[in-house]
Design a protein around this ligand. Structure first.
Ligand code: NAD
Length: 498
């Protein structure tokens, strides 16, 4: 109640203790990819485990999987595929000698398909919990101390206390809000709502040409929207190798995306069923846009609000991330934080998954270090962008002696046959040792191709090892083989003018 101070923590625990606390070996708060995997691995290792998650589906039932399954990557992946098929049928199918008249799209059905994929994935996680005898508790978890968690159950709304020697925090992240562009959930929307639109907005603005902005831009562009991306930075995709981001900029611009760099949004507001957006370009000139919808995709921040009671003394950093050491240990004994909740490594599902396994195995006193230097990144655009290791600009900045091998997909027989010839593979190695320092790909199935590069780097392979590995012919993966050969000017199918 406002004005009335909270009771001291011991008194608070004492008052709920009358409901008899349930004891576990491990409690996980959050059932996103990091949390549910941590729970499964803990259960596999013999720990009595509970996983608390408050996500509800449209029927009010538990829907484990976090943003990743319920409102993020899986939705994006599903709509990416639907939009690619629609675009192919609309624009490219005639080149295969196939004619289609009166092609129509019912976006409500497209969204329904996406929702049923979400439901089945979430159901699958529930089954995995059951199979591993994990108590899946549908409610809001809060850390009261290093051994006590309070759950406010979704059905009863009554608090229940749980205790455990080990507690894993995995509550993920949410989209950041921009004060200059407040979300009204109708015309100015976040990325979750942008994956539920029942019709393509005619003129769609997106703030942020980062990973989420680009993935959404591609989807709605292929569904028929005119998309304008407003990016505050003067350069495009700064975390990517410069050559790849230049290639991506050209490909996406050719596809019709209007990418405005150095565009700092000053204000956006709804006015008679439109959004009026004002931005300043890199020369300080003001511009006004009239849009049918605006998506804000300007970054994500950790879900730490109400995660722990003040008395628990969980230390956060200046950006609100849970402070952890290199072993995902927080400042509280036996309490760990993993996934998007910490600033350790990038905000990627597979990083969180690996940390979930790592923490579970550490609790079991098994040693399974994470190699944060070899985490693949993927942007699910069309074509996809994927990379692992260091970019050329980063290596140049530290004065590394490197060399480069490049192979374009336009010279790959398999890519030609499938009509997906955009993009290239770029391998960077140490000039003396031939150690692979970075692999950067833009092209069809880059998300799958990068796995070979990750494996090679994880096993400390040299580029020569890749060059001497037999790849199926014809296959898209040959582009990696050819890029490895190109490091020594012995690529077999590289066009002379390349
Ligand atoms: P991001 O940081 O990748 O991009 C946000 C962009 O918005 C930045 O380029 C920033 O300069 C720009 N921006 C911020 N304020 C602005 C303003 N006022 N005007 C114009 N531009 C502005 O963030 P994101 O795309 O929201 O993604 C968030 C996180 O989620 C990332 O860490 C990403 O790795 C992760 N993610 C990954 C995937 C994937 O693996 N495919 C998918 C979704 C999200």
């Amino acid at each position: 109640m406002p004005g009335i101070p909270s009771p001291p923590i011991t008194q608070h625990i004492g008052s709920i203790m009358s409901t008899t606390p349930i004891e576990y070996d491990v409690i996980v708060i959050g059932a996103g990819p990091a949390g549910y995997v941590a729970a499964i691995r803990c259960a596999q290792l013999g720990f009595k485990t509970a996983c608390i998650d408050d996500w509800s589906n449209t029927k009010g039932l538990a829907s484990p999987g976090g943003t990743f399954v319920n409102a993020g990557c899986i939705s994006s992946m599903s709509l990416l595929e639907s939009s690619k098929i629609y675009h192919l049928l609309n624009n490219e199918i005639s080149s295969h000698g196939i004619k289609i008249d009166n092609l129509e799209i019912d976006l409500a059905l497209t969204i329904q398909r996406k929702d049923s994929i979400i439901n089945s994935l979430s159901h699958h996680i529930t089954k995995l919990f059951d199979h591993n005898k994990i108590d899946c508790i549908h409610g809001l978890g809060k850390l009261l101390s290093s051994e006590v968690v309070e759950v406010l159950k979704n059905n009863t709304k009554k608090p229940q206390l749980l205790t455990a020697e080990h507690i894993i925090l995995a509550t993920g992240s949410h989209s950041s809000e921009l004060p200059c562009s407040p979300i009204d959930h109708e015309f100015i929307i976040g990325s979750t709502e942008a994956l539920n639109l029942k019709e393509a907005p005619k003129r769609l603005g997106i703030i942020g040409a980062g990973i989420i902005g680009l993935e959404l831009a591609g989807i709605w562009n292929r569904f028929g929207s005119d998309v304008i991306l407003l990016e505050a930075q003067d350069s495009f995709l700064t975390s990517t190798d410069q050559q790849i981001s230049d290639e991506a900029y050209q490909i996406f611009s050719k596809q019709g995306l209007d990418i405005r760099l150095g565009a700092r949004v000053i204000s956006a507001k709804k006015a008679s069923k439109k959004v009026i957006l004002e931005y300043q370009d890199h020369q300080g000139k003001h511009h006004t846009l009239h849009l049918d919808k605006l998506i804000v995709a300007s970054g994500r921040e950790p879900n730490t609000d109400n995660l722990s009671a003040a008395e628990a003394d969980l230390l956060l950093d200046e950006n609100g991330f849970v402070h952890v050491d290199n072993n995902c240990c927080t400042t509280l004994p036996g309490v760990y934080a993993i996934g998007d909740l910490t600033a350790l490594g990038p905000m990627l599902a597979h990083k969180g998954i690996e940390e979930g396994i790592f923490v579970a195995e550490n609790i079991a006193e098994k040693h399974s270090p994470i190699n944060y230097d070899i985490i693949p990144s993927v942007i699910y655009t069309s074509p996809e962008i994927a990379w692992v290791g260091q970019s050329e600009q980063a290596l140049k900045a530290i004065g590394e002696d490197y060399k480069i091998g490049i192979f374009p997909f336009s010279a790959s027989a398999r890519s030609l046959a499938s009509g997906k010839t955009e993009g290239l593979v770029k391998i960077i190695t140490h000039r003396e040792t031939d150690k692979i320092l970075g692999v950067h790909i833009i092209g069809d199935q880059a998300s799958e191709l990068i796995a070979e590069a990750v494996l090679a780097m994880e096993f400390s392979a040299s580029a020569e090892d890749l060059a001497r590995t037999i790849h199926a012919h014809p296959s898209i993966s040959e582009a990696l083989h050819e890029a490895a050969l190109a490091l020594d000017n012995r690529a077999l199918h590289l066009p002379p003018d390349y």
